[in-house]
Design a protein around this ligand. Sequence first.
Ligand code: PEP
Ligand code: MN
Length: 336
Amino acid sequence: MIIQLEDKIKPNDRNNVIEVIEALGYKVTEVKTQRCNYLIGIGKREFDIRKLGNQAGILDIHRVSDDYKLVSKKWKVKNTVIDLGDEVYIGNGELAVMTGPCSIEGEEQIKKTIDHLVENGIKIMRGGVYKPRSSPYSFRGLGIDGLKLWYEYARSKGIKIVTEVMQVSQIEPMLPYTDIFQVGARNTQNFNLLDELGKVDKAVMIKRGISGTIDELLHSAEYVFSAGNEKLILCERGIRTYEKASRNTLDLNAVPILKEKTHLPIVVDPSHGIGIRNHVAPMALAGIMAGADGIIYETHEKPEEAYSDGQQTLDFKESAALNKKMKEAYQLVSNW
Ligand code: PEP
Ligand code: MN
């Protein structure tokens, strides 16, 4: 059960509501986000909802049978739109495109990538400054100094930044320079990290775990929401299966299933999803056909020289061509 409280509910009224819910045998969790005050009631007993409805200070009551509550579509009719400022949105009925290198490598690369984004009308740049790498000897990112440098150029051209945060201690230093905190596939169930991201007023994009189920992804999002942050985006980036012909198996089934289960915007990452440059474009288009609100993919001026993930990275020409096709595909789906 989700109870939306009035903004200016009197403390006394709030305590009364909590008392009534507890008396019904329900466990109560209080949630305060940027948008609303909620009480989440967890319990099984059937009861007459009118017992609650006439309490002072209640805006709305919703029964939600799903295990996750706040991210469920069962209570929120309108889909969530993420407002990044300067008229950049995710989930507002226009395709959200996020592109850039796997890793931020230096000033020249940042400038060239931003020029590419500007030329193609793309508003959100991706890139890692903290890189989760399978080998400790691989390039692990430029860290906070790289992010500051990137932010300086990105802001001067009106570009928003999506970048991975790997641990709790990085959140605070990254905060002023980050528009979307990306939670990587290896961290989807790092519940301490999710709790802390619930305390910031910045968007958070959670990637599906390497072997994670759709349900687990929704529960990870519930962690962030219930800790106070409802600016959430979910990302399908492929899962590990027995198939070895591709890096991962991009589970496009997840897109319509997630759209049915949650009001949060859904983004598809075909780069990590298939891991093969020549096949990134068709999988991006397939993601749009499946109903994605956005696509995130890797691009680099010279993919063969990229510090990481070059094998799945598009060059700028390929990226420009894909961007044009994606707009057409999105238009087509929107008209259906
Ligand atoms: C990335 O976006 O570069 C990345 C490491 O993604 P994932 O967490 O999906 O592997
Ligand atoms: Mn990558």
